[in-house]
Design a protein around this ligand. Sequence first.
Ligand SMILES: Nc1ncnc2c1ncn2[C@@H]1O[C@H](COP(=O)(O)OP(=O)(O)O)[C@@H](O)[C@H]1O
Ligand SMILES: [Mg+2]
Length: 360
Amino acid sequence: MEIKEITLKNFRSYENCFLKFDKGLNIISGKNASGKTNILEAVFMCAIGKSVRAVRDKELIKWGKDGFSVKLIASKRNIEHTVEIKYSQEGKKILVDGIPLLRTGELIGFFNAVYFSPDEIAVIKRSPQERRRFMDICLCQQNKNYFYSLTKYNKILAQRNKQLKEGCSGESLYIWDVQLAKEGSFIVKERKNFIDAVKIFAKEKHSALSADTENLEIELDSPYLCEKPEEEILKRLNESIQKDLIFKYTTEGIQKDDISIKINGIDLRKYGSQGQQRGATLSLKLAEIEYLKSQTGESPVVLLDDVLSELDDERKRALLNETSKIQCIISCTEFEEFKDIPHKLFLAEKTENSSNIKPI
Ligand SMILES: Nc1ncnc2c1ncn2[C@@H]1O[C@H](COP(=O)(O)OP(=O)(O)O)[C@@H](O)[C@H]1O
Ligand SMILES: [Mg+2]
């Protein structure tokens, strides 16, 4: 998988931007707030159909304008394809090879990328929600049914919570519970398969990075890892109705799933040092690359957003080594350390209210 070029119109700080990328390493350099992340955000959007920064599409429009577009040309198994995302007052449109998609889900699996930013370095110590996001973003990229099921589950859950907020009766919840159990059981099974595949890669990568001194183990942490998850979800939802009526939201379900991450048997979520947590996140990210490769038969494009300055020299070397054979776009403020590695360099600059970026 390789990105050839990207064109932005009124996206974030860019009014017009056109970039041609190299096959290998691409570096976007520039001061803080010059518009580096905005480029990576636009590229990753073509993989997942929305911003990785969890904002609404409307917020991506350049201030004062009334819509944006992002057009990416990528080559997949040596055939060129385009992904275009347009947003206007009429809403969002995604086109693949010029053909509008009926649903965002149809974009899934088309263009695969792995995005790594300092925010994700904190994934291990942050909330279960962040750890689920890691899993969901990767799974949604190559598993359409998972994406549809998760979207459906979240909609049903929102409706159930709305009813609870409005002070409904316990009996009226059953209709939602049956649907939550059906979608939830599918989701939990897919999550389990995903973690089972990723954990092997993560263990391998981590052993190599720690000279075999650390054993990294990740597991899905969910009460529904049982023979009949559908029944178990329904049972727990039913048992917690009184609690839900008091708290006015749904307290049980796969929206509580977590990932347990251990090094030599110690739970990193609670007891890991910052160094260990960073190291394990890097191993998880490298595992994500391997996982996407194993699922799609092609290397994903790797987007490293200002992440190298967060890693020690050894881990930095490991990351650059692992990504040396695949296309990579790195944003950074300092690029001295890349002087011995062949790369294409871009410089991002911000004038009063617009960014400019050009190759140098
Ligand atoms: N919707 C928007 N319209 C115009 N400018 C924006 C918008 N969203 C963010 N910006 C600007 O983009 C810049 C941040 O860009 P970013 O890519 O995050 O910078 P960095 O180079 O630090 O990664 C800020 O100057 C911010 O004001
Ligand atoms: Mg940034």
